[in-house]
Each structure stands twice: as structure tokens, then as C-alpha cells.
Design a protein around this ligand. Sequence first.
Ligand SMILES: Cc1cc2nc3c(=O)[nH]c(=O)nc-3n(C[C@H](O)[C@H](O)[C@H](O)COP(=O)(O)O)c2cc1C
Length: 193
Amino acid sequence: MEFSQLLTTRRSCRSFDSTPVTEDQIAAILQAGCWAPSPLNLQPWEFIVVTDPRTKTQVRDAAEMAKNEVIAADGPGWVKKYSADFVQDAPLLLVVVFNPGKGGLGAFFGQPHGALQAASACIQNMMLKASELGLESLWFTFFRPDELAPVFNIPENLEIAGVIALGKPAEEVKAPPRRTPAVYGERYGVLNE
Ligand SMILES: Cc1cc2nc3c(=O)[nH]c(=O)nc-3n(C[C@H](O)[C@H](O)[C@H](O)COP(=O)(O)O)c2cc1C
């Protein structure tokens, strides 16, 4: 698929069918992730490939707990209707973890998030690659990291950038609209007419 088309047709998917993601597809998706830029080329990401339904249920349960926290704290009303059941249906979850200590020099001058930024670029690459392969994905973060770290046996020096649900979409997803971004000329607040 042509790149510009891929950019606009990739969609966050919350309904998957049961077609497994093949080993070749997984390899291609991880490879795409690894071509992301990273500070000092430190490539701070590591991946956990998850297909065990019991583990997926634990992710769903962690989402339910997070949802209850939002509700208890009087968060946005729509959260009550949000269901993370699709996490169980997705044939594959890719957990992307990163080492926050591999963020390059930024920590010396007020930019401590280099490793997360790199892991995020890695995730975007993987999601675009998945779309190219006829799959769709969801960058899932609706959980307390402390709840999931033991589920995946993640060591204390690593953090979770996201759990990426992947598979063939069960239905077509409408593109959420994009806002026209604020674009300024030379300095913030100066509109480019
Ligand atoms: C960092 C990040 C975290 C996200 N977390 C969730 C999530 O926990 N659950 C969810 O349903 N969608 C999540 N999303 C997906 C967004 O809702 C989605 O990208 C947005 O609505 C735009 O839709 P699109 O990806 O189809 O263009 C997340 C996206 C990003 C970038």
C-alpha cells in the first residue's frame, strides 16, 4: 500500500477476529519497530509476544480495575461504557517495554523522556507495518503498570510503553476526525496567515 494511504487508513481497532497472526507477520512487525529512531541509537525497546488466553484475561482484568478507579474518582462518564473485552479476542498482544535509562543525553538537560519517545516511535512503526500486512492494532494503555508488570515478569528497571493488540479487524472502523492543528509562524501564538 502506498505510504500516504497507509498513514490515513491505519485504524485503532477494538474488535478482532480469531485469525492468528503468523510468525512471519510478527517478525516483520518487530523488524519495522526496530527501524525507529532512538537517542544515540540506543534502541531502548524490548518485546513480549503474548498469545496465551489466560494472560490476555489478566490484561482485560487490569483494564477493568483501571476503569473502576476512573469511575470511583468521578472520571468521564463514557468510561462506564468502555469495554476492554477485545483484548481477549485479539489473537496477539505485543508488550513493548523500554529501559528509561537508555534515553540518551536528554536527562542532563531537562529532557528525560527520550527512551519513551523512542519506544513510541517504535510502536507507531509497528502499527503501520501491521496495517500494511492487512492487520489492525490498538495501542492499549488502560491499566496500572504495577498491575501488569508481574503478569509479564517485567524487571524493575523496565517500563511498559504499551500493550499492542493485533489481529484482523472483525469490522470496518470509521476514521475518527482530525482537528486542524495550530500552526504558528516563527513564534508560538503568531498565526501563519
Ligand atoms: C499512547 C496511546 C494510548 C492509547 N491508549 C488507548 C487505550 O488504552 N484504549 C483504547 O481504546 N485506545 C487507546 N488509544 C487509541 C486512541 O484512542 C486512538 O489512537 C485515537 O482515538 C485515534 O484513532 P485512530 O488511531 O484510529 O486514528 C491510545 C493511543 C495512544 C497513542
